[in-house]
Design a protein around this ligand. Structure first.
Ligand code: C5P
Length: 297
């Protein structure tokens, strides 16, 4: 096979996100439930006749050496060479980007995870899901989750994952029109870093009792993001009048959960024109699994 086209890179939402500590290297220890949703970037991959990894449409302001997709594919290419004693063919990647940067939806990490899955397949490199996760983790803490490919209770800096039942529901997501740089949130002096650890059973039983997605915990990054980026606070206040509204990741996007599509449609119709907003459904598993016809990514 020489190409893989129309590969989805779905977004994630953090149903809650707690900061429970900090590692010696400054990285924060988190607890979170990550949920995949059906709003995706779309990636196309073509093998090249040389060994170069090339992105056809570069992101303005992001040099190729910093591009997560390019970096992930180069790491996998090096891994391939260690195993097989030669480099695999280069790859040309084209990205149709709809997920905002600095949105807390994991778009950049999801693009990189989809690229790792696609290249592993095109090159027949044979890495297991865990081996791909090990390649991706140093590039971004969210990448292992996308390779895991289903709703997960996530701990550590993002590398310790356990499956949770994927809640079946609809979300309305508001993009407040700002891009939030993750390091600015994590480095804020007033960030809560000592939330009491919870267990996966605490989350599951809360969901079973209330039936509500966002009744458990909170997003510890939200107060800081709202203070530093007032449009985030404005979106939380607006969406909060329709239900429990929460920020995802380090922001900027804010979301609300609904059991039915009609409820989501009604709220969506009210969103002020200054914000981009959309509805999305929870995904049971990563669409690359069925595309590549594999049981384990
Ligand atoms: O890994 P990712 O690209 O998501 O992280 C961006 C930055 O956010 C890191 O360089 C670090 O400063 C901060 N971060 C952190 N603890 C995490 C994840 C990210 O301190 N668990």
């Amino acid at each position: 096979m020489r190409s893989l086209h129309h590969c989805p890179a779905p977004a994630k939402l953090n149903l809650f996100l707690h900061v429970v500590g900090r590692r010696a290297d400054g990285y924060h220890l988190l607890q979170s439930v990550f949920q995949l949703i059906d709003r995706s970037d779309t990636l196309h991959f073509d093998l090249r006749d040389d060994e170069r990894i090339v992105r056809t449409n570069e992101v303005p302001g992001v040099p190729e050496e910093q591009d997560l997709i390019v970096r992930a594919l180069r790491l996998l290419q090096a891994q391939y060479r260690r195993r097989h004693g030669r480099l695999p063919p280069g790859i040309e990647v084209t990205v149709e980007k709809i997920l905002p940067m600095g949105g807390g939806l994991g778009g950049g990490s999801s693009d990189a995870a989809t690229a790792l899955m696609a290249a592993n397949h095109l090159w027949q490199a044979g890495l297991t899901q865990q081996e791909l996760m090990d390649v991706g983790l140093p590039l971004g803490a969210d990448i292992p989750f996308f390779l895991f490919g289903q709703a997960a209770f996530v701990e550590g800096v993002g590398e310790a994952l356990q499956p949770v039942p994927g809640p079946d529901c609809w979300y309305v997501v508001v993009e407040p029109g700002v891009s939030v740089p993750t390091p600015a949130i994590f480095s804020a002096p007033d960030l809560t870093r000592d939330t009491r650890p919870v267990t996966i059973a605490d989350f599951s039983s809360s969901l079973a009792v209330s039936g509500r997605q966002l009744s458990f915990g909170k997003n510890d990054l939200q107060d800081v993001a709202e203070r530093l980026f007032p449009p985030v606070a404005e979106a939380v206040a607006w969406l909060g009048s329709y239900g429990e509204a929460r920020m995802t990741g380090s922001g900027a996007c804010v979301f609300c959960a609904f059991s039915g599509e009609r409820d989501a449609d009604q709220v969506l119709a009210q969103v002020p024109g200054k914000w981009k907003a959309w509805k999305a459904q929870s995904l049971g598993s990563h669409p690359m699994k069925s595309l590549l016809q594999i049981n384990e990514l």
